[in-house]
Design a protein around this ligand. Sequence first.
Ligand SMILES: [Ca+2]
Ligand SMILES: [Ca+2]
Length: 461
Amino acid sequence: MYGDTSQKSTRPNVLFIAIDDLNDWTGMLKGNAQARTPHMDMLASQGIVFTNAHCAAPCCGPSRAAIMSGIRPSTSGNYINKSSLTHNPILNNAVLLPEFFQQHGYYVGGAGKLFHGYHFNYEVRGRGFDEYYPSKTQDLPSFEGLKFSSKLPLGGWARTADWGPLRPDVTVDDHPDGKTANWVEGKLLKGQLQEPFFLGAGIFEPHLPNYAPQKYFDQFPLEDIKLPDGFLENDLDDVPAAHAKMAHNPWLKRIREMGQWKPAIQAYLACTAMVDDLVGQIVEALEKSKYADNTIVVLWSDHGFHHGEKGRWGKYSLWERATRVNCIWVVPGVTKAGSVCSKPVNLLDIYPTLASLTGCKPPAKQLEGNDLSVLMKDPEAPWDEATITTFGYKNYGVRSGRYRYIVYEDGSEELYDHTNDKWEWENLAGNPQFAAIKKDMRKWMPVHHEPPGATYKPPRR
Ligand SMILES: [Ca+2]
Ligand SMILES: [Ca+2]
């Protein structure tokens, strides 16, 4: 429909909204009834929401490397946050998504966290971008000093494990995410973008530290905060040692000891509500702009997050809490308002889908995901697919419409039936009744396992 280069000017623009560490605690995914995300819900209602969408990897770096390259972690060897993109020949030789659009004549602009490497890896940020906010070599301002009080004395944590309201004199415009939204809004409203364009807005919250203005905390009074429905004491008792070991972290225990479980949940909900307002700001700017009728909007989060479920605080697991993501598309002339699709899809599918929707020819032999435009046209279209999440070398989780099947490098397994176990409490892998299901699920797992590639050590700042 959009043809090739001869019809370049008719190609649709792309507004690419990335949200960091946002799990399914959103209105449209119904992962937590306390969540308030009216703007994202509204966006979802204007197009299609994929309710069974999962990340390629449950951490920022490999998830984003897979989105931006269209290549699975098991093919590239990019498994962990320290995995380098530019020092990995497979990824370095790939046409990254911004480069892809630039090569097809798009103006490519971005702000905030699109690739992993918010604080470093500028050479990646520069690749394919005509413009980056604040610049290709300059970071957004630090979070340090934005909060009212000093850091929580949580001890032994990553430096970002902190939450609380912003100082009263600090507004959302001072927050890095507010600055990102303001820049993107300005670009859209000013109306001087070269078309077609690819414009990326990388929102950092609700990644830790969870800082937002007090008014967002006030929306979620501490006395009303409920602990996660998916939490079950001793849930790990039927989980193989391999995963229990991989997934173990001391954070939940520490948070409980400190009396911070509910405050931490409150802060995550507050930051998500702030992010939702920023999404609303960006989407409203698009709607007011002259680009509204010819711009694809895709909104995604890079992986989920555990808030104590399975004894875990954080990402880095192959369970639903860490793999399920937000994935909304509004595509003029393609998506129908109010569409919901429960077929298993992956963030790896974003690149081939954008290529298909814009009519830009994808790079040969690179993309491993699927074209979701089939499901946009008909959410019930035949879809013989399950979706894969990779967590480290040779550990895979496969999600079908009904089951989650996990196999670790040592061969140990988990199987969950989402029809009657949405929190994945009962591991069925040892039950011979499910042997055929496991066999069927195993066929989706990668047969090639690229050894872990080079790691990248960020320069000291
Ligand atoms: Ca992330
Ligand atoms: Ca269990």
